[in-house]
Design a protein around this ligand. Structure first.
Ligand code: DGY
Length: 330
């Protein structure tokens, strides 16, 4: 049987590439960079495309894909880079890769919480700069986590995975989400009906919410001022939830006592003021960057594409299932 043709926009871990070659006639986007104008031409005779969170599929690009490819997959849980309404209008199913990256991203969140609490980046810079000097009992003093309140903004799979870890560090767990968790999942987690109320309670705030029209820019100067003075701020979700100028000012003024950031509004060209900030750890969007997570994400995307293109079975990880129903009913 003829294998479907798949355009993959970046090389994934080796096991995924081998599996992709086994299941598909594989075409690899030629640059180690996000897609560009030539994408439409490269995708023209493909059955599906598998893109990354850095590949923007706007309405125009989806219009160009429609009627050619039969499915789009993204190797990410976030899908703010894809105009889902347009994909649905054009009857293109979009598959993403939830769950399998939650442990990796929650570990990154813990890493940033710990780094912010102990100002690890600044301490390491002192060592690397040859400025360690004699040991001092009052230098490099950080803060311990037990008893402190972790506010989790966005209680999806990653928020829950973070809560499990933070509980082991003795933190009090509070969260805000559109709706409260079902009783069984909510044990020991205190729900706040508003983001404002969560902010006021958080010694450490961790942003885990997706980027949507409702969440973009919500962490602005007014809301950052609601945090207890000196609170720590961590973001492993998306940079555009935050007014970055307001965050920078809050860190400079001490309103935010330390920060750990994995995501930014304008990646990879981040606001250069971040680089000068004290008490801040900056990572280059490595939330899901473990061999386990990236392999599992790639495999999940391939599996969804195979189920749909080869077996005609609707995969569960489809973001716009109405497109599957329409096709199944044809
Ligand atoms: C995701 O899956 O949305 C991540 O941000 C990509 O690493």
């Amino acid at each position: 049987m003829k294998r479907p043709r798949l355009l993959l926009t970046r090389a994934l871990p080796e096991l995924v590439l081998l599996e992709a070659e086994r299941r598909f006639e594989l075409r690899l986007w030629p640059e180690d960079a996000p897609i560009a104008a030539a994408f439409d031409r490269w995708a023209r005779d493909c059955d599906a495309v598998l893109v990354m969170a850095t590949d923007r599929l706007d309405r125009g690009r989806l219009r160009a894909l429609a009627g050619k490819v039969r499915a789009v997959a993204t190797c990410s849980v976030g899908h703010d880079h894809i105009d889902l309404a347009a994909a649905t209008d054009y009857g293109l199913p979009v598959f993403h890769t939830p769950d399998v990256l939650s442990d990796a991203v929650a570990e990154t969140a813990m890493l940033l919480i710990l780094a912010a609490a102990r100002d690890a980046t600044a301490a390491e810079a002192v060592l690397r700069g040859g400025r360690w000097g004699p040991w001092s009992p009052t230098r490099f003093l950080g803060r311990q986590l037990p008893g402190r309140t972790l506010g989790i903004f966005g209680m999806g799979r990653i928020g829950l995975a973070l809560a499990r870890r933070a509980r082991g560090f003795g933190m009090q767990l509070h969260y805000h989400n559109r709706s409260a968790l079902p009783a069984g999942d909510a044990q020991g987690l205190h729900y706040h009906a508003t983001l404002e109320s969560l902010l006021a309670a958080s010694d450490v705030l961790c942003v885990c919410a997706p980027s949507t029209p409702q969440t973009r820019g919500v962490l602005d100067a007014r809301r950052l001022a609601l945090l207890p003075r000196g609170a720590l701020f961590v973001n492993i979700a998306r940079g555009d939830l935050v007014d970055e100028s307001a965050l920078i000012e809050a860190i400079e003024s001490g309103q935010v006592g330390g920060a750990g950031l994995d995501v930014y509004r304008n990646e990879p060209q981040i606001d250069s003021r971040f680089l000068q900030l004290p008490r801040t750890t900056l990572l280059p969007h490595i939330g899901s960057a473990t061999i386990e997570a990236r392999t599992a994400m790639g495999m999940l995307a391939l599996e969804a594409l195979t189920r749909w293109l080869v077996d005609g079975v609707p995969p569960e990880n489809c973001l716009n299932p109405s497109t599957l129903r329409e096709r199944s009913e044809r």
